[in-house]
Design a protein around this ligand. Structure first.
Ligand code: SF4
Length: 457
């Protein structure tokens, strides 16, 4: 028995997941784990100091991995993993990227353990095993590791009841928007949410959300935001709309508004699905929220593509959503993805036509470019590229202020992700992993530096 140290590589894009895990550790393990959150670059030095203090095998380096950030951080991640292995700390990874690419995360990046799916339960049980000198490999489901040159993948962890864990880390004062729903029934082919976190909506209860908000407000947080794949789907059991829980939640949030807080719902960091928007929903939002802007997910203006993507709504649903939201006085941003796999010239034409209609209705377009994300049916597709005529049209829309977004940077990012994939650094199948092991002469992880030597960054 005794305490251990845990170092999280921290940053803007991973902080929400880390905060929730720190909250789970506070609740389950109290002071037996000393948690440090620090920028990724400072991890190696901190690990050296902590291993001196706590001893080998008593310090864990935890890294949440998200694919869109990986090309930027991969060198620092590998440095931290190598440092951890050298001094006797245990490098572990989780998050959507690690869940979608456990082989690459173990083999190329060199992590000793990967936590797949939800990790509040599996990770806290893993830490408990280490504290008590037990067997961390006994934790399942949710854990993946390499044993005797074989991959052991125990499936994805699932937290059935979101209320069981806090929404943030109160003791460490690491606050974030409250995750009110996890998982998504739609399984869109380009998106990791359903593949990593399941196809059932799991909702935090209204009572629990209110309790968490009371804690945030008493700690000086005024702006109340929510994380969910579909704000108007809160409380629904599947993809069938049921506004009763949304109405109850929004009603109970009003006392915080009366006390000076602001409620943002259906806006960053969440959005709404178009077929959930109608007159009743927009009137409800209008009287209950402080955001003037609502974000609607559309992704394509071609019904053929919407079907191919598995979106589960039509182009007409998007138009109706914009009409209703504009009538209620909201500004509207509509998300589109350009450069999608299987998209034809006709699909692109239809999308541009649809976008033009929406702009006339007063909407603004938020442009994204397709990224081949691990764990999704499109993980082996070509990276998104915005070609010739479409590129010209997008620049025109940008010039008019009718469109915004980091789509050019995303195009470069998509190409980098695909390059890492094609080189065998990420998005690896079991077969590919075995090939890499034989090519590079067995498992001496991480393999990535050997592979990356062939790349000019
Ligand atoms: S509806 Fe949204 S969260 Fe759900 S799978 Fe599709 S893109 Fe992902």
């Amino acid at each position: 028995m005794g305490s251990i140290a845990l170092v999280f590589g921290y940053g803007r894009r991973v902080k929400y997941s880390v905060n929730v895990l720190v909250g789970a550790i506070e609740q389950e393990l109290g002071d037996t784990v000393n948690v440090f959150v620090t920028p990724l670059r400072t991890v190696p030095e901190l690990l050296v100091n902590l291993v001196e203090e706590y001893g080998r095998g008593r310090v864990i380096y935890g890294q949440t991995l998200i694919t869109p950030e990986l090309p930027k951080v991969i060198n620092d991640v590998i440095k931290a993993v190598i440092a951890a292995r050298k001094v006797g700390a245990i490098p572990v990874a989780g998050g959507p990227h690690a869940t979608g690419d456990p082989y690459g995360t173990l083999l190329s990046l060199g992590f000793e353990y990967v936590f797949m799916g939800d990790s509040e339960e599996s990770f806290t049980r893993f830490l408990k095993e280490i504290i008590e000198g037990g067997d961390p490999k006994s934790v399942r489901p949710g854990l993946a590791y390499i044993e005797e040159e074989e991959f052991v993948i125990t499936g994805k962890g699932r937290v059935r009841d979101l209320d069981r864990f806090p929404a943030f880390a109160l003791k460490h004062r690491l606050f974030n928007p409250i995750e009110i729903t996890r998982g998504c029934p739609h399984a869109c082919k380009y998106c990791q949410v359903s593949y990593a976190f399941g196809v059932m909506y799991r909702h935090r209860s209204v009572d629990n959300i209110i309790h968490n908000i009371e804690l945030m407000v008493s700690n000086g947080i005024r702006d109340l935001r929510f994380i969910t794949p579909n704000a108007l789907g809160y409380g629904a059991q599947s993809n069938v709309r049921d506004l009763s829980k949304v109405a109850e939640l929004l009603r109970r949030l009003q006392k915080f508004r009366a006390g000076g807080s602001r409620v943002f719902f259906g806006a960053f960091p969440s959005e709404v699905r178009p077929e959930f928007v109608d007159k009743e929903a927009t009137l409800l939002l209008k009287k209950s929220v402080d955001n003037r802007r609502v974000i609607v997910g559309a992704q394509s203006g071609s019904n053929r593509m919407l079907e191919e993507l598995h979106r589960g709504h039509t182009v007409e649903d998007v138009t109706n959503a914009v009409v209703h939201l504009r009538k209620a006085g909201f500004d509207v941003d509509v998300d589109y993805i350009f450069g999608l796999p299987k998209e034809t010239e006709d699909d692109v034409r239809e999308t541009l036509k649809h976008i033009t209609e929406l702009i006339k209705l007063g909407a603004r377009v938020h442009a994204h470019v397709f990224l081949p994300l691990p764990g999704t049916p499109y993980s082996f597709e070509n990276p998104g590229r915005v070609r010739g005529g479409l590129r010209k049209e997008l620049f025109k829309l940008l010039g008019k202020g009718a469109m915004y977004g980091q789509w050019e940077a995303q195009e470069r990012l998509a190409a980098s992700v695909a390059r890492l994939r094609d080189l065998g650094v990420i998005i690896i199948t079991r077969k590919r992993a075995q090939e890499l092991i034989s090519r590079f002469g067995g498992i001496s992880v991480p393999l990535a530096p050997k592979i990356l030597r062939h790349i000019k960054w």
